[in-house]
Design a protein around this ligand. Structure first.
Ligand SMILES: [Zn+2]
Length: 339
């Protein structure tokens, strides 16, 4: 495992000193919930843990690194399990291999049942078992209720770490069984130092790293994704004006969800500008004049609705054309005092 970001390291140390059997790591996306949850699980299961976490060398640490630890159950949506290299349950893997269905983007109730029975098997390695759930908001009602009983009255030494980007979407009964830890935001200097030390940011200037961090709204993991995508500073700064002209070139090849996320950022910043507040994602001076507030509010609602269904696009091309046209229309509807 690559070394953890220093602000995650500090949180890990604090969390290891806590006793509760169920932790909920909550905060907006991009702050490292999954990394922190995995580091906690690794430390809880480690044969020679120190105050700063797992040793990284014992059999248990190794088993986690190669995703085969018998006492760790990673309860993830199937799409994410596949992406992160966690094995699926045999039956599920076969259904997907046989093309009977696509991997699920939710945490399936079958997987939640597996997790519950996992807690009841004999231990194989040590005294502790760990269930890691991420992103916890991807449990539907049925999955969450399946897990709830075990969360309330675990059999033996079972510890839970749930991580979420949207704690408000969790069942209150799940939230109330966990000790909530609010993810800590890193400072700008700390985040930039970390970003520039990553492989995908190798050779980048601090100036460019700052653009990535701003494009990510200050969230380091998201900033790293921008670095990986090769986003260039001027292209990002000019994006609001390009979109106002109907120039969609930069966004063209991005996945629909990412295009939509950019529009939401632009909408956010224009609302901030209309309200006299500083922008968060784009340089202030590069924003076009703020459109009328009612137009922005309407656009913001539309974008939120679109975001809910963006993972099932009927036709990405058509959708993109519609967004491009709508974006131009909103940006042209200036009525506020603006630059
Ligand atoms: Zn270890």
């Amino acid at each position: 495992m690559s070394p953890m970001a220093p602000w995650l390291q500090a949180q890990l140390k604090d969390l290891l000193a806590q006793r509760g059997h169920a932790l909920l790591l909550a905060g907006p996306s991009g702050l490292g919930q999954y990394e922190l949850a995995l580091a906690l699980a690794r430390a809880w299961l480690c044969e020679r843990p120190g105050p700063h976490g797992a040793c990284g060398e014992c059999g248990s640490c190794h088993a986690i690194d190669v995703r085969t630890h018998a006492d760790l159950c990673a309860l993830l949506p199937e799409t994410l399990s596949l992406e992160l290299g966690w094995p699926l349950d045999e039956g599920a893997q076969k259904e997907i291999d046989d093309k009977k269905r696509k991997p699920s983007k939710l945490i399936r109730v079958e997987a939640a049942r597996e997790a519950v029975s996992f807690t009841q098997f004999t231990r194989s390695r040590g005294n502790t078992k760990v269930i890691l759930v991420y992103p916890a908001e991807r449990m539907n009602m049925e999955s969450a209720n399946t897990l709830l009983k075990t969360l309330e009255e675990p059999v033996g030494e079972v510890r839970f770490v749930l991580a979420t980007d949207a704690a408000h979407q969790l069942l209150p009964t799940i939230r109330s069984r966990c000790q909530t830890h609010a993810m800590v935001w890193p400072g700008e200097v700390e985040a930039l130092d970390w970003l520039l030390a990553q492989e995908s940011a190798a050779g980048a200037s601090r100036e460019l790293a700052r653009v990535w961090l701003q494009a990510a709204g200050g969230r380091p993991s998201d900033a790293l994704a921008w670095a990986t995508s090769g986003l260039q500073g001027p292209a990002w700064a000019q994006l609001p004006r390009s979109l106002a002209r109907g120039d969609w070139a930069l966004l063209n090849d991005w996945p629909a969800a990412q295009q939509l996320a950019v529009l939401q950022k632009l909408c956010h910043d224009l609302m901030a500008k209309a309200a006299g507040a500083p922008a968060r994602f784009f340089p202030d001076e590069e924003l076009p004049a703020a459109p009328r507030w009612t137009a922005l509010a309407q656009w913001s609602r539309e974008l939120m609705l679109a975001a809910r269904s963006v993972e099932h696009p009927y036709s990405a091309g058509l959708m993109q054309e519609a967004w491009a046209a709508r974006t131009r229309q909103v940006l042209a509807s200036t009525g506020q005092v603006g630059a």
